[in-house]
Design a protein around this ligand. Structure first.
Ligand code: BEZ
Length: 255
């Protein structure tokens, strides 16, 4: 149901910080879960299950679910909810035609080799099995990324290799799905401005550390301050309420 640190140097997952700053993420996964329409007894893989909030809902609907995540701390948190979960890198799925469906919410944008991921998803599914996912699409957190990159450049720091996310267009992702043998049933970009419960500072602390990786503490503080002041014009209402410029890509495809 959530984000996975597959390929992001500097990204650490802190279960309690995630719960504090990003508890809206699984709530926003309800629509894609409805689109999956899990049936009792179905074998389902939750790819990037995070702390297992949505995985547990799949279990409640009677599915036989395995949650996987690259973060050991997240997998432990999922197990505490009673979910069966394993530490697995989404780029190296070890499953062979055994799932009726693969589900993923807010995780695939962390996996920077989508072809490897999709090839593994296809292999994991039984013939005709479904892949239903939602993650960051083209234009997701565009203002936030631009402000971070500009703030780094302002201090003479290149952002090369620091941008940790994959946000494809629908055309790009459809093509990739077809390349690995999927039939795309639906794919769309959904703009979703998202109020941030602990403001932009909480969001940057939780998600943006790859941009700041390896910098001295003073420099980190300066880059974050500059980022916040650039973003205040577009993402804050001036009363301390912040909104993130999320854009989701939601997809449903058949193996
Ligand atoms: C997202 O859920 O879209 C997201 C989360 C963290 C970083 C970037 C995007």
């Amino acid at each position: 149901m959530t984000n996975t640190p597959q390929n992001a140097p500097g990204q650490n997952w802190d279960v309690s910080g995630y719960a504090e700053h990003a508890h809206f993420v699984p709530k926003q996964g309800i629509d894609v879960l409805k689109q999956l329409a899990p049936q009792p007894g179905e074998r389902i893989l939750d790819l990037g299950c995070g702390d297992g909030t949505l995985t547990a809902q799949l279990v409640q609907r009677g599915a036989d679910v395995l949650g996987i995540d690259a973060s050991e701390d997240m997998v432990n948190a999922a197990r505490l909810r009673g979910v069966t979960a394993r530490v697995v890198d989404g780029h190296q799925l070890p499953f062979d035609h055994e799932f009726d469906a693969v589900f993923s919410n807010a995780a695939l944008h962390w996996m920077l080799d989508p072809q490897a991921v999709l090839a593994g998803v296809k292999r994991a599914l039984k013939p005709g099995g479904r892949f239903v996912a939602e993650f960051g699409g083209h234009g997701n957190v565009a203002a936030i990324c631009t402000a971070l990159i500009a703030s780094l450049q302002f201090r003479g720091i290149s952002s090369r290799g620091r941008h940790p996310w994959y946000f494809p267009t629908t055309q790009e992702y459809s093509h990739l799905l077809q390349t690995v043998g999927f039939r795309v049933e639906s794919i769309e970009l959904i703009p979703r401005p998202t109020p941030l419960p602990t403001g932009m500072a909480g969001w940057l602390e939780t998600f943006a550390s790859p941009f700041l990786h390896g910098l001295d503490e003073d420099l980190k503080v300066a880059v974050v301050d500059n980022t916040m002041s650039l973003l205040a014009h577009s993402l804050s209402d001036g009363q301390g309420n912040w909104t993130a410029d999320y854009v989701r890509l939601r997809v449903s495809a058949r193996a």
